[in-house]
Ligand binder design. Structure first.
Ligand code: AMP
Length: 519
């Protein structure tokens, strides 16, 4: 395949905003490649240049391309060739020749070779290559479209191609396997010392909503520490962070504990956290002081020891990723001492779950996780198999308007528009709406109370003087482009009207912002 074909396809992919069109363009391009070309085209279309595959058995890794922004800027602006001649393998050979350059004079040779490469490109090829080598083509969304397009072009199941990429993290290898067919892709397994993205959780409204969704569930304390994935083979132990950075040297106590576990090959998922003497947790920022250091700081290890608590087992002398939660927990229970596992219960009773949540909060922790008993380990996914329950917050907010209800609530003002006071202007600012938590009695009362404060109406909405203060429970403050302060409440529900509070005693926007320091 000629480089110009990739460059043109890349331009067309960039020109359309429709995902379906991008997919079709990429899939058609991939389908037109030879096996070797596909191994180049797939990473390049995702914006990455991978080193050549190392010879089996070779310890040596390929050198760096060594093309920084300055070199690229100075030597890529050559008069373009009038017609395209370069093919993918030729370009790869010339890039690899740059990797081999070392020592005295190599800077000049590199610059000259780069200039010659760009001089053999047409204008469009130059644009593509410059984007590729500068990293400008690379973006997260592009990789996911490229992976899906590869599945489409090779007529493989989307789920198995995505799963393989999650476990491999290597588009070149994925491309190679895709040509070997479904069985080869499906056979990709988690490997020791190659971390997989951690499984994540979605928020749940409360314990009963979580159990309604999951049925009988596994509940664990949710600790606000740092996620660790620990890999062990014999005596060798390595620790990876949530973002898959290796943090082994920073965490000697994690290494020591896992090294002592009686399993030859093991991967554990857990949380490490700094605790006080009374076992209550120190703030997240304190735990984080132990990270980001290249070498172990023995003094810090001594003054700020970390405890680790494991909640999943991904590998125990074989992969457990596809095994149901119960089986992974059985492996965890058999290998990891109780003191190093997160406190947990199994229940289908919402009251029992709410008590367990209270016990976690009383111990100073963030909340609980509710996990499906039969889900596999969905690496990298924030799905519905793990649900997080945190302490509900409450705010006293002003009612700004209400919408007429429908169905059972027809004839009553139901959905409330809620606002906090902006301390700058003294005016209320809307943060969201809710009709949850309102009894029939309250609906009736608030309809009268709001109509007597009406200032105007449009469509279904009655706007009122902001005089009523209502206590609202909610799970989180989230970023929202929809509301004027850029903030909205998640899972808001009415607790009660605060007739003991005057409007100027309602909570301020500053209090709301303090609940979401990262937004
Ligand atoms: P969040 O960051 O709020 O989406 O919550 C997910 C994070 O909670 C995970 O990445 C873990 O670091 C942390 N966590 C704490 N305890 C648990 C637990 N028992 N199970 C899973 N994750 C946990």
């Amino acid at each position: 395949m000629l480089l110009i074909e990739l460059a043109e396809a890349s331009q067309r992919v960039a020109d359309t905003r429709k995902r379906g069109e991008k997919l079709a363009l990429l899939a058609a391009t991939f389908a037109a490649t030879s096996d070797l070309e596909l191994e180049l085209a797939v990473p390049w279309m995702a914006g990455v240049v991978l080193p050549p595959r190392a010879d089996p058995g070779s310890e040596e890794s390929a050198g760096k391309l060594g093309i920084g922004p300055k070199l690229l800027f100075e030597h890529s602006r050559r008069a373009p060739a009038s017609s395209p001649t370069l093919d993918l393998e030729g370009v790869e050979r010339r890039l690899n020749a740059l990797r081999g350059l070392q020592g005295k004079g190599s800077g000049n040779i590199r610059a000259q070779m780069l200039g010659e490469l760009f001089a053999s490109c047409t204008q469009q090829e130059q644009r593509f290559l410059r984007g590729l080598l500068s990293g400008e083509l690379r973006q997260g969304a592009l990789e996911s479209i490229v992976v899906d397009a590869l599945a489409k072009s090779a007529q493989l199941s989307l789920a198995s191609v995505r799963r393989a990429q999650m476990l491999l993290g290597d588009l070149r290898e994925l491309a190679r396997l895709s040509r070997q067919g479904e069985a080869a892709v499906a056979a990709v397994q988690i490997q020791l010392f190659r971390p997989v993205l951690p499984m994540l959780a979605s928020p749940a409204e409360d314990a009963s909503a979580a159990l309604e969704h999951l049925g009988s569930a596994w509940l664990e304390w949710k600790l606000d520490g740092a996620r660790v994935q620990v890999h062990k083979r014999g005596d060798e132990v390595r620790v990876y962070s949530r973002l898959l950075n290796e943090v082994t040297l920073a965490l000697p106590e994690v290494v020591e504990l896992v090294r002592g576990i009686d399993a030859r090959e093991l991967i554990l998922d857990g949380e490490t956290i700094a605790l006080r003497k009374d076992k209550s947790p120190l703030p997240f920022q304190v735990t984080m002081k132990r990270f980001g250091r290249k070498a172990v700081d023995p003094k810090l290890v001594e003054t700020l020891p970390l405890s680790s608590f494991y909640f999943d087992c991904l590998y125990a002398d074989g992969s457990l990723l596809d095994a149901p939660t119960t089986e992974r927990l059985r492996a965890l229970g058999a290998l990891v001492p109780k003191a190093s596992r997160v406190p947990s219960i199994q229940t289908k009773d919402a009251k029992h779950a709410a008590e367990f949540l209270r016990s976690a909060l009383e111990a100073g922790h963030e909340g609980v996780m509710a996990k499906s008993l039969d889900a596999s380990y969905e690496a990298g996914r924030r799905g519905q198999s793990w649900l997080k329950l945190k302490q509900a917050h409450t705010l006293d907010l002003l009612v700004l308007a209400a919408e007429w209800g429908s169905g059972r609530r027809k004839g009553w003002l139901s959905n409330l528009h809620l606002g906090a006071i902006d301390p700058g202007s003294g005016q209320p600012v809307m943060l969201g709406k809710t009709f949850k938590g309102l009894s029939d009695q309250l609906l009736k009362w608030q309809t009268e109370a709001l109509l007597s404060r009406e200032i105007e109406r449009d469509g279904h909405t009655v706007y009122v003087r902001p005089e009523l203060v209502v206590e609202i429970a909610f799970s989180d403050v989230q970023a929202s482009p929809q509301y004027p302060a850029g903030l909205a409440l998640r899972f808001a529900r009415v607790k009660r009207y605060r007739d003991d509070k005057s409007p100027n005693e309602a909570d301020t926007l500053d209090r709301v912002r303090a609940l979401a320091p990262d937004i």
